[in-house]
Design a protein around this ligand. Structure first.
Ligand SMILES: [Zn+2]
Ligand SMILES: [Zn+2]
Length: 275
């Protein structure tokens, strides 16, 4: 039986920080669907959201390579599973660095996706080598196939991609900065001062301390720990959470709070990192 409304976390925690009630929201903000060639064919919007709900997550983002093409279906599937869905994209810059762009509103994501098409490099996908790239509806019916290989580097530099994403109201952070392949730190040797990312993503939370020690510019940044899942079983367990204000409760309100948190706005200005 589907619940049509995102459910509140059952682990209710009160924080007296600034006298606001806060709840823990377990999240995974970097997941690929079967529209990414490297994403397993079972990574359908409904399967991803069903698995995330089983794992006890509350907020999930879909971030396929250089496209938001399955985000509409994903948000419907998230809602049907009592989750708060976020539309997103993992964009490959011209330096071959991966950055994650998240959108509070689906329309912004879809318009951004359209804009990014102009910067994608046309290169035919080889399904036999790279895998299928399938557009699905919320019932997991295939409604199209992407012919061009999506993950290939766009012609947007990190700075240009950041500016373009911001013009569509995105929240942007460098992906898996603790990874060699396509991580900004491994590629550039450091986290540059510009663009001024307020948030960074780790794949492995045990790397946070060591990397922050090595790269001083990481200090004071908001941190998220995401799975970058390409297979259902790789989706985060309910381990990493963000405490958010959720009164008066609605999924739209919590989504807005998440973006405020990641941007360090309002009551979230002086909270660093995640657990
Ligand atoms: Zn990546
Ligand atoms: Zn990824």
């Amino acid at each position: 039986m589907y619940s049509l409304r995102a459910s509140r976390p059952t682990s209710f925690v009160q924080s007296f920080r600034k006298y606001f009630k806060m709840n823990r929201y377990y999240y995974d903000l970097h997941i690929h669907s079967c529209l990414s060639p490297c994403g397993d064919d079972d990574m359908t919007p409904a399967n991803i959201c069903g698995m995330a709900a089983l794992k006890g997550l509350h907020i999930v983002a879909l971030t396929d390579h250089n496209t938001c093409g399955n985000c509409r279906s994903f948000l419907k599937a998230a809602s049907a599973n009592g989750l708060i869905g976020i539309a997103g994209m993992e964009l490959t810059t011209s330096e071959d660095v991966h950055i994650v762009c998240l959108f509070e509103f689906l329309d912004d994501a879809l318009e951004f996706s359209k804009a990014v098409e102009a910067y994608r490099t046309p290169f035919p996908n080889r399904e036999d080598i790279y895998g299928k790239q399938m557009y699905l509806d919320e019932n997991d019916e295939v409604i199209g196939v992407e012919e061009n290989f999506l993950p290939i580097a766009t012609s947007l530099s990190i700075d240009d991609a950041y500016e373009l994403a911001l013009s569509y109201n995105a929240l942007v952070y460098p992906a898996h900065i603790d990874r060699m392949a396509n991580g900004i730190v491994a590629t550039l040797g450091t986290l540059p001062d510009t663009p001024d990312f307020g948030c960074v993503e780790y794949k492995d939370s045990s790397c946070i301390e060591e990397l922050t020690e090595k790269i001083p510019s990481l200090k004071g940044k908001k941190r998220v720990v995401n799975s970058d899942a390409h297979y259902l079983w790789d989706i985060n367990e309910a381990e990493n959470y963000i405490e958010l204000d959720d009164e008066p409760y609605s999924s739209a309100y919590v989504r807005k709070q998440l973006f405020m948190y990641l941007r360090g706005q309002g009551r979230y200005a002086d909270t660093e990192g995640t657990v």
